[in-house]
Design a protein around this ligand. Structure first.
Ligand code: ZN
Ligand code: ZN
Length: 194
């Protein structure tokens, strides 16, 4: 059973991830926003979809000209199972901390070290008035892509001979003896003349 993904383009609500920096108060600006994959310009191939909006929950803090975002990015992506190719939902939640530097920052790497950020990839640049949370959110979501999506940890995959989904039913091929590769060759040469 698979749920039909919500058509993100039909949701109608556009939530800008651009934040006016002067509007960030001294105590920080709490954020709790949901954005569709299209607004994030996520790579939506036909086989990878985001059935629900991506949620960004956290806080922006301004220190002089630097702005920090600390929080969590969560959502669900749906991708074909790497064994049986059935659609597999994958929930993700990443804790993240990124820094936005002013355009005048001379050496982003040095600034990152100064505040204890080890990874230069967590550094973005704002334009002095606005910052855009979309790039870091995009980067975090792409990093959350599973390398080998599985519909379930013990997915039995497809039969290498008949292509049947072994999660649904075992097929006759499994009871045959011998190396399945030879059975495949045999089937090809006798039952499917070229
Ligand atoms: Zn599977
Ligand atoms: Zn089979």
């Amino acid at each position: 059973m698979r749920a039909e993904p919500v058509a993100l383009s039909q949701q109608g609500s556009v939530v800008a991830l651009a934040v006016d920096i002067p509007r960030i108060p001294d105590g920080g600006l709490p954020l709790d926003v949901e954005v569709g994959a299209e607004e994030l310009r996520l790579p939506q191939a036909a086989e990878v979809t985001f059935p629900i909006p991506v949620r960004i929950l956290g806080r922006l803090t301004r220190v002089a000209e630097q702005v920090y975002f600390q929080g969590a990015i969560s959502g669900t992506m749906s991708a074909p199972c790497s064994r049986c190719v059935e659609s597999a939902a994958h929930d993700f939640e990443v804790e993240t901390q990124v820094m936005f530097l002013p355009p005048s920052a001379a050496d982003p790497h040095e600034d990152a070290e100064a505040v204890g950020l080890e990874d230069e990839s967590d550094i973005y640049v704002h334009d002095g008035m606005k910052l855009d949370l979309a790039p870091p959110v995009y980067d975090q979501v792409v990093l959350a892509f599973p390398v080998q999506p599985l519909c379930r940890p013990d997915c039995a995959g497809l039969c290498q001979i008949c292509g049947g989904n072994l999660n649904e039913a075992s097929c006759a091929c499994r009871t045959e003896s011998g190396d399945p590769r030879f059975t495949l060759l045999k089937n090809l040469s006798f039952s499917k003349p070229l």
